[in-house]
Write a protein that binds this ligand. Structure first.
Ligand SMILES: *Cc1c(COP(=O)(O)O)cnc(C)c1O
Length: 366
């Protein structure tokens, strides 16, 4: 029986082994491992890629979002609007800054924050809206930016799952006022360890994030603000430079896999398939189907040697970390968390793997 992993990171390493090993040797031989040439080069290349003026490499995606909020002086007493269905890091970034996350329900066809529900969540304390481009599909940014302008709020994209995705032709990372990216190994642009970045066209925010990531220092041993230690190291920056050159091609492979899934699974009416609005060019970080028989289906696929995951089994407001939110009524989010299943997806998969997953889903249907 052919085993199909959810995501094969080793296979992706082997494909680029020559380039990655050379990058490793180059950094090791340089004798310089933090805040050097590789980081500067990556920041400039990733800023160009996202079509923004500034990119600041940081320690991880959570820090990227957290440092943006700190740079904006958002903290105690402030509120930030977040999607109710997201990876908990989106909420944690807000909590970490000392502010309060205010969840807004998603649109159940795109899984992204529903712009028509945002206005009702705005109060005098609201400072920012933090949409997530969930599963690699851009959120509907135009109405979000309009609401933000009307209430003088800033928009921070959580782009951790959407490197290279486009909204009306424009790349994520440059759609809002600032954006946070994660380079966690499993992300579309993944490092070989932790990593993250902030992108923005705002020179003041860029400057402050640069300072905050490095002990609040701009000049060595001079500390004007209480900063953090959150840096993207030279090795990870060098690896990311290699992988950035392949990102569009690898996202293209994901698109092909998604197209094949969408075509083959269309006939299986027990599955709700992802929907792509005409203005979205998703990068398919995760391919999510929905079914009421989710748990049984996951077991059936596991019996067929197919690994699936759930993004996410428990919504943030039902986690122990947010016990004070437990009584919130968020039915769309809860329905989504009970029914979603993520099928294998990644640049190392080919058409025969997808076929194998689809056959297993077909057998279950009978
Ligand atoms: C991965 C992820 C993060 C956090 O990134 P880390 O690098 O793991 O800290 C934040 N938000 C979303 C939506 C993510 O998927």
């Amino acid at each position: 029986m052919q085993k199909i992993p959810f995501l094969d990171l080793k296979e992706s390493y082997l494909e680029l082994k020559t380039e990655l090993d050379a990058a490793f040797q180059c950094v090791m031989n340089s004798g310089w491992y933090i805040q050097g040439e590789e980081l500067r080069a990556f920041e400039s290349e990733f800023a160009d890629y996202c079509d923004v003026k500034y990119c600041i490499g940081v320690g991880n995606g959570l820090d990227a979002l957290h440092l943006i909020l700190r740079a904006m002086d958002i903290g105690a007493g402030d509120e930030v609007i977040v999607p109710s269905n997201t990876f908990i890091a989106t909420w944690l970034a807000v909590s970490y800054a000392g502010a309060t996350p205010v969840p807004v329900e998603p649109d159940e066809t795109t899984y992204n924050i529903d712009p028509t529900r945002i206005e009702a969540a705005i109060t005098e304390k609201t400072k920012a809206i933090m949409p997530v481009h969930l599963y690699g599909q851009p959120a509907d940014m135009d109405p979000i930016m309009k609401i933000a302008a009307r209430y003088r709020l800033k928009v921070i994209e959580d782009a951790a799952q959407a490197h290279g995705a486009r909204y009306k032709g424009k790349r994520t990372g440059g759609l809002g006022d600032m954006a946070g990216f994660s380079f966690y190994p499993g992300k579309n642009l993944g490092a070989f360890g932790d990593g993250g970045a902030v992108t923005t066209n705002d020179s003041m925010i860029a400057e402050r994030v640069r300072q905050l990531r490095n002990y609040g220092s701009q000049i060595k041993y001079s500390h004007d603000i209480k900063g953090f230690n959150s840096r993207l190291d030279e090795l990870q920056a060098a690896f990311l430079r290699v992988k950035l050159r392949h990102l569009d091609e690898w996202n293209g492979r994901r698109r092909k896999i998604a197209d094949q899934y969408l075509e083959e699974l269309l006939a299986y009416d027990y599955l709700t398939l992802p929907q792509v609005p005409p203005w979205a060019e998703p990068v398919w970080h995760i391919f999510v189907v929905r079914t009421l028989k989710r748990d049984r289906l996951q077991k059936h696929l596991a019996d067929c040697g197919i690994q699936t995951l759930i993004h996410y089994p428990v919504p943030p407001h039902r986690q122990g970390a947010y016990h004070e939110f437990t009584n919130l009524n968020l039915p769309v989010s809860e329905m989504i968390h009970k029914t979603v299943l993520s099928l294998p997806m990644g640049p190392a998969m080919d058409a025969s793997h997808v076929q194998c997953v689809c056959r297993a889903l077909e057998k279950y249907n009978e």
